[in-house]
Design a protein around this ligand. Structure first.
Ligand code: GDP
Length: 352
């Protein structure tokens, strides 16, 4: 009888230990999958060259995550490495696509990246390096804002709430810090308080604001602003626009009209920046397409990358809209706009 009790007790203890170990492992796995990512796009404070960074960051499964931000605790790179552990089979490619989808690259960018990696991967190669290099190929070279001599007009477009006005404020601060003279045009005459909000940023950055009463013609504001910017010898005029127009035709008409009046006033649009909220993910990209169809967008500003967005959205935006990412917004402060750096972004996305 005592033996029965002893053996039964021993079995019960072993079962409890096994259960506890399974639970801990599952919890660790789930922790790694949670989308607590920081795109970190372009705002790395570690400007190590890509190769060195790749060696340094090539993630082992237990490598601790960098503090703060939107990155996975267990980086994408660690998962890719694990996936290729036994070589590359059909299952590996499906698994890679799943990983990319989970990182929010979206269906098109995920499928395209898998095709690229598949074409370049050779047995024995480091799959993380191949994925990294293909990400850089998708993102293309980093491109700064194109500013020439004379007055550079920068049109800023995007849906309401994406962060246009805030981005203009941050950009004005950045440009004035670089020693440029900046003017602002409050051509979003529709949204209540848009002009006041821009006024606060103008004061903060030392830029000159041209505005009219709410409901005024946005083209007329842009016209006045070009004249005033010329008179003040401004280097840059940042033009805020309304984001309420989701349907293509009125949007096209209004943006085309603003562009025409800028030209009539004697200037050319140097850049059209589309501001996109990273947290709206794939939906935001679909909305943004209406803008790329309505006006020739030359660069993207991806805002709110300091929130809960997953890093892959950067690749999805680049791939689906076909326009380079110029800046990323990493907060609401004047200094929270960083130039996008593709290599640093890929390092961070893969290292976690
Ligand atoms: P607009 O309607 O496109 O002009 O959008 P706003 O500039 O008014 O921005 C909408 C909200 O997003 C505001 O509360 C901003 O402070 C906030 N915002 C803009 N950019 C960022 C960013 O990069 N990070 C964070 N956390 N908030 C941002």
């Amino acid at each position: 009888m005592i033996w029965y009790i002893f053996i039964f007790g021993l079995l019960a203890v072993l079962l409890v230990i096994a259960g506890f170990m399974t639970f801990s492992r599952r919890k660790r796995e789930l922790g790694g999958m949670e989308s607590d990512m920081h795109t970190g796009t372009g705002h790395t404070r570690d400007p190590a060259p890509a190769d060195a960074a790749r060696q340094k960051h090539e993630p082992g499964p237990k490598e601790p995550a960098p503090s703060g931000g939107l990155f996975h605790k267990e980086g994408l790179g660690a998962k890719v490495k694990q996936l290729f552990h036994t070589g590359a089979s059909d299952q590996t490619w499906t698994g890679l696509e799943d990983l990319l989808l989970k990182a929010d690259l979206g269906p098109k960018a995920s499928a395209d990246l898998v095709t690229r990696v598949k074409a370049d991967y050779r047995h024995g190669a480091n799959p993380v390096t191949v994925v990294h290099d293909e990400m850089l190929a998708v993102l293309g070279p980093d491109e700064a804002l194109r500013l020439g001599s004379g007055l550079n007009v920068v049109l800023v477009v995007g849906v309401n709430g994406a962060g246009k006005t805030t981005t203009i404020g941050k950009l004005a601060s950045r440009l004035t810090h670089e020693g440029r003279t900046v003017s602002l045009a409050a051509s979003d005459t529709y949204r209540a308080a848009a002009s006041e909000q821009l006024g606060v940023w103008a004061q903060r950055s030392g830029a000159h604001l041209v505005t009219q009463a709410r409901g005024a013609d946005p083209g007329a504001v842009a016209f006045d602003a070009v004249k005033a910017a010329h008179a003040r010898n401004s280097d840059v005029l940042l033009v805020d626009t309304a984001g309420r127009l989701h349907t293509k035709q009125p949007l096209m008409d209004e943006l085309a009209k603003i562009k025409r009046t800028i030209e009539k006033a004697g200037a050319q649009v140097a850049e059209t920046l589309l501001v996109l909220d990273a947290q709206t993910g794939q939906n935001g990209i679909a909305q943004a397409r209406a803008f790329t169809e309505a006006v020739e967008v030359t660069g993207i500003v991806l805002t709110k990358t300091d929130g809960s967005a997953k890093g892959g959205v950067v690749l999805a935006v680049r791939e689906e809209l076909g326009v380079p990412i110029r800046f990323v917004g990493v907060g609401e402060g004047a200094g929270d706009l960083r130039p996008f750096e593709a290599a640093a972004f890929a390092d961070r996305l893969l290292s976690g």
